[in-house]
Design a binder for this molecule. Structure first.
Ligand code: GLY
Length: 374
């Protein structure tokens, strides 16, 4: 069993300055715990890449992942309110609802989360999504799902909230090694941009290194799934709802930009950059869902790496090293689950009892859940 962090002067280290790391640092700091975030390269964080959908139902999750997604969705408004209060900045939370279109009623009714949505026929679908291609004859409206402007608002607000709460940051610092003694975390070895190696001692750290988490702890089954995305400038009022089609989604922001995603490339490894094939896939997805959008001007294109696991669920809680807590592997649902994850991990690490609903899910998200029974 891992010891909880105390109020000693040695800070808790958060390994990773992405959304998960910031969210946990913020919650720890709110509890009065000294925190230092070690961040290698801010721009690679999935929090700056993701579309920001809050979509446990539209994503068609099931089992414990759906439960975690639903609990997370319920906590988003209060989590965002904390960040906005601490930072004084808006996070861009929007209750746009999400519509999932289908090619038949049967396909719609078989969707894993169909029971949570409002079924739509073609006429209703057209009202919700004007311009949708004719082949989509049925839909599900998940009005409880939504979105947040992670790229331009949430990340900035969270960074600011962390600073306001006294979180320390070391940017351009790569954690190269976890140091332990008889299974207890003792520190980390780091390398900065000039190549200087340092050792930071700590007895508590949070592993929030996203798709790179297994590079620090090879026992973790976390691997990258590359996604390429783009944004389009829409005519005013063109899209009210998020559209979540198979392989392609449109997320309309308040200012008329729509974020379009995303490829899901399991064999790309950590190969950076846009590819012609990826961009073609996105263009084909746009044409298949919303043909008129092919003519909307593209504004920006980007890519990133989702942290995936064999069952696409996160790794949460204890790790093989006492004192090292896991919060990684959220795959397609990091933005949705960041608030609930931060609450859970900050409670565990500080020795507070986590709320029962989240605590009950911990066994489903243990790092070693794929090990066969003896
Ligand atoms: N959550 C959407 C994606 O990962 O592309």
């Amino acid at each position: 069993m891992t010891a909880a962090c105390s109020s000693s002067s040695e800070p808790v280290l958060v390994l990773g300055g992405g959304l998960m790391g910031l969210a946990i640092a913020h919650q720890l700091a709110r509890k009065g715990i000294a925190v230092t975030v070690l961040s290698r390269r801010r721009s690679e964080a999935a929090g700056f890449v993701a579309a920001g959908m809050l979509a446990p139902h539209a994503e068609g999750l099931s089992g414990p992942l759906l439960q975690l997604g639903q609990l997370s969705l319920g906590r988003v408004p209060s989590w965002v309110a904390q960040i906005e209060a601490d930072s004084g900045l808006p996070c861009g939370l929007r209750s746009t609802g999400i519509v999932v279109p289908f090619r038949s009623d049967k396909e719609r009714d078989l969707y894993p989360t169909a029971a949570f949505g409002e079924p739509l026929d073609r006429e209703q679908l057209e009202q919700e999504l004007p311009g949708l291609a004719p082949e989509w004859s049925a839909g599900l409206l998940f009005s409880q799902d939504g979105q947040i402007d992670n790229r331009r608002q949430l990340m900035r607000a969270l960074e600011s909230a962390c600073v306001d709460r006294g979180v320390q940051f070391q940017e351009g610092v790569e954690v190269q090694e976890l140091l332990q003694n008889h299974g207890q975390l003792k520190g980390v070895r780091t390398r900065d941009l000039e190549g200087t190696l340092s050792t930071l001692s700590c007895s508590q750290a949070m592993l929030c290194s996203g798709a790179w988490s297994a590079q620090l702890l090879p026992e973790l089954q976390v691997f990258p799934v590359k996604g390429q995305m783009l944004s389009l400038q829409t005519p005013r009022g063109a899209l009210r709802r998020v559209i979540f089609g198979p392989g392609t989604y449109f997320v309309p922001r308040e200012d008329g930009l729509v974020v379009v995603g995303a490829t899901s490339e399991r064999n790309a490894g950590f190969n950076e950059g846009l590819t012609p094939q990826g961009q073609t896939t996105l263009q084909q997805g746009i044409a298949a869902l919303l043909p008129e959008a092919i003519n909307w001007p593209p504004m920006e294109r980007w890519w990133g790496f989702r942290p995936c696991t064999p069952d696409e669920g996160p790794l949460l809680g204890e790790s093989p090293i006492a004192g090292l807590w896991l919060a990684c592997g959220h795959h397609r649902n990091g933005v949705l689950m960041a608030g609930a994850t931060a609450e859970l991990i900050a409670d565990l690490a500080s020795g507070s009892a986590p709320r029962k609903d989240l605590a009950a899910l911990l066994p489903s998200f243990r790092w070693d859940r794929w090990r066969s029974e003896p």
